[in-house]
Design a protein around this ligand. Sequence first.
Ligand code: FAD
Ligand code: SF4
Ligand code: SF4
Length: 1018
Amino acid sequence: MNASAPQPLVFHANRPGQDVAARLAKVVSGAVMADAASCARYATDASIYQVQPLAILVPASDDDVRAATEVCTALGVPIIARGAGSSQCGQTVGAGLVIDHSKHLNRVVAFDASAQTVTVEPGIVLDELNGWLRKHGLWFPVDVSTSAQATLGGMAGNNSCGSRSLYYGNMVHNVAALDVRLADGTEARFGPERDMNDAPPRVRELVAALRSIGEREHDEIARVVPRVMRRVGGYNADVFNPQSERPYTADGSVNLAHLLVGSEGTLAWTRTLTLSLAPLPRHRALGVVNFGSLHAAMAATSELVALGPSAVELVDRTMIDLARSNPSFRPVIERALVGEPDAILLVEFTGDDAPATLRRLDDLEDVLANHGLERHLVKVPLAAEQKSLWDVRKAGLNIMMSLRGDGKPVSFIEDCAVPLAHLAEYVDRLTEIFRRHGTRGTWYAHASVGTLHVRPILDMRRDGAQKMRAIAEEASAIVREYKGAYSGEHGDGLVRSEWVAWQFGPRLTRAFEAIKDLFDPAGVMNPGKIVRPSRMDDASLFRFPPAHRTLALDTGLDWTAWDVQNDPRTGALSPPGSGGDPAHGFAKAVEMCNNNGHCRKFDAGTMCPSYRVTRDEIHLTRGRANTLRHALSGALGPSVASTAVRDALDLCVGCKGCRRECPTGVDMARMKIEFQHQWQREHGVPLRDRLLAYLPRWASLAARVAPLLNLRNRSPALAALMERPTGIAAARSLPQWRRDPFARQSAATDANADVVLLVDTFTRYFEPENADSALQVLRAAGFSVAIAAPMAADASRPLCCGRTFLAHGLVDEARREAKRMIDALVPHVRRGAAIVGLEPSCLLTLRDEFLVLGLGDAARELAGRAMLIEEFLVREHADGRLTLALDALPERRALVHGHCHQKAFDVAGHVVTALRWIPGLDVEMVESGCCGMAGAFGYGVDHYDVSMRMAELSLLPAVRNAPADTLIVADGTSCRHQIADGTRNDRRRDAVHAIRVLARALPAAARDGATTTVAHSR
Ligand SMILES: Cc1cc2nc3c(=O)[nH]c(=O)nc-3n(C[C@H](O)[C@H](O)[C@H](O)COP(=O)(O)OP(=O)(O)OC[C@H]3O[C@@H](n4cnc5c(N)ncnc54)[C@H](O)[C@@H]3O)c2cc1C
Ligand code: SF4
Ligand code: SF4
């Protein structure tokens, strides 16, 4: 639901797509792209395939799509419709014009509360739609795992299915009508057949021809279409003779929209969708049944389904272990376990009456008691706990994909659907097939409908293609024996279209071809999918074909942890550096992005702030990883240090949101450092970057002329004059230099202090009172404190974490600073002192980048003891070593904004915990992403606008809405600056570091400090 104006036209006509792009540029107002890097970003989806498109259109309106359809049909250029591009089968890749409907075509068009229907444009995301519907007590219940990314257009394209399909059905059961455009430009509403008499003549003829195919194939449909609900392969020709376990329509009538659902953009472009809605479930109860073996879980499924649950979902042993190894999932999964199960089933009941719904868990218990399993049930009655468990289940695939090395879990037989009676045997037989082929699979998902996800680990660069074919052939034979469906959820695309003929036989395959030709005689709509397909193992279509090569690279950071191979049978990794990556692991780290699109998020979490503002693929973590991957393969030129990569990384603010939230651990902030390093090496360091990077070195000098430097903030004319030479936006205020920087280094040495306080450059020169407050609080809590200081032989300047150097790619300088820090602090670490800091981005550098600067075990030792101050206080408190007497403050409320790096390291919550020690203070964390300032990012004239838009996403509105007597708390220097800058035109709000709030709450006597000492090492 993006209301922003269409983007200006972007046009780089330097590829074979130039004819299309040139023609399009004249007739559309959306963005048209045909440069190699843009095409690279749209060449993949969440499948193993990759095909470079000719051009990309991000239409500003449906008129753009109309115009583009005309151009493509005239030129015979394929049209590939695309939403979030989260398809797993290669549906959205192809050598044509990719039309990305997700940025602008995402509005709610009509809503009828009494009929419980909504009409939407194809680009609206499921979670956004359901957020919009919530106030009406309704939802669209096809709850796919990718609900935060999947667009309704893409969901209809794939006939998507949610975890609760047992209860609500698939897309086909929930779409009431589709307004579409055919390749020849004809526009029509496809809905109930009886309502289509007024359709344009072309459509009436089409419908008549479809009906005659339906009648002709009536018996064949009954003979070959599997009678399972989860069958999404081929076209839904069975609308004329329904075979789905769940009826397509309540009265058995024909709805022609259902024939288009699941057609993967091969028949028509969906302009709008009219969807049937369901009342929001009022109550849910969840039971987790623990089984000693996967076989036992599968054998029990049909009996559990007979109880009428809304979902029965499987999580197997491997997935349980993987979830346990993830810090955010561990506590959740462990609460659901009884002993060490080999598999668990999540059994959910839905109802309008709370006690009655809860009692369904007793029914479940009774059934389990018949098998002596009643003690193996964990009841989860609370909604919040249920959600956490569902989040673990939904993250299943992504958790699995985090395996390092070239062997990856590959999607090709991962959603076969078999009748429940055969489920246990199916699992056993397929497991045996995997074993024979030297691999294994992890099993999870929709047990209730016989659709189990499983991906064997294959190496597509080596023998993966051969094994894929062999396994697919053996698996398909079992599916046929059980009268199941080979394609039960994710669609056909490039990986399964070949199997349409296998599933439906030659006669229905010809009928499908006839249907395709009736809709799209010129064959321009997403050709090669569903009918007339390529082979699934055509290596020329692979993202990583055997011929895949990577440029050799001398990296600045240590990436060897990614330069590994895995054993497909056990998942065990070879030693770091043994993976054979000519880029020493950097390429393999980049390749961890499997394009699942999880970074396309707009609400929860931090990732990815730049995309949230622009909604452009280039500004998505995925877009950046794809650009880098292509650059590393040499596809964007002879060097990785290309302008294409620089442009893609330009708006990456280094927030590390991806480090924590990307399920496969793509750490773009670190990758940007590496890229900047490569860039600076090749192109030199511009003066502006040099100035910012070396700030810690010239800061002491600046402090001496503070009044002069601070003049700039008081004179708009001076700020404007300086904008060009410095690149700093005139609209920005700059941090105020202090004439009285923190300067306690001259005090005595204390080699025995409990805590060594790291006073970073920003605290030292801009807000020294933060360090004073830290000293007061630590001492009041009974700790002896020393200030971190360099080795005596190297004392010409204070210690520095090197962050400003890292931010500008000056890795060698950063390493020098890190080495000084390690030399100075490790002796204190070894004697058991805690190293405590105030500025999240500085302190957490010790725990993050220091570990990849090649500084060995000493860096790891330091990282193990480096903590943010609230983290330290909370830990000491939890261990019973801290008592802090605090008084109430005049303010009763505090609003906390967590710095992105605090969130990335999961330590933002400690700020809230510590502030809650203040009597009567109501502390709330703002649901905010990045503040947009991100170090020096937001000061740049070229970034100012984006920076402010990031802040306006949630942080600034929350701050403005806070009552005047609310304390605004932010530990990041740049976050505080952004808050002040962003509110200065109305009611200016100044944020403070949490330690200042704690210090203010100290009783007056406790605030009078003892002397500070200096932590010298000799
Ligand atoms: C981690 C992960 C988990 C997943 N979990 C599920 C799950 O639980 N259930 C499930 O069903 N799927 C799942 N999927 C697959 C995928 O997310 C869904 O199929 C999703 O609905 C696709 O939406 P999309 O917007 O990404 O569509 P895209 O991938 O962009 O497109 C899907 C298809 O629709 C066509 N299309 C798109 N827009 C139009 C249009 N306007 N007109 C005509 N055709 C159009 C495309 O050409 C393509 O063939 C999962 C994928 C991943 C990576
Ligand atoms: S960057 Fe991470 S979250 Fe984004 S698509 Fe790639 S793997 Fe998924
Ligand atoms: S570091 Fe932040 S801005 Fe950069 S890609 Fe990751 S989430 Fe996006």
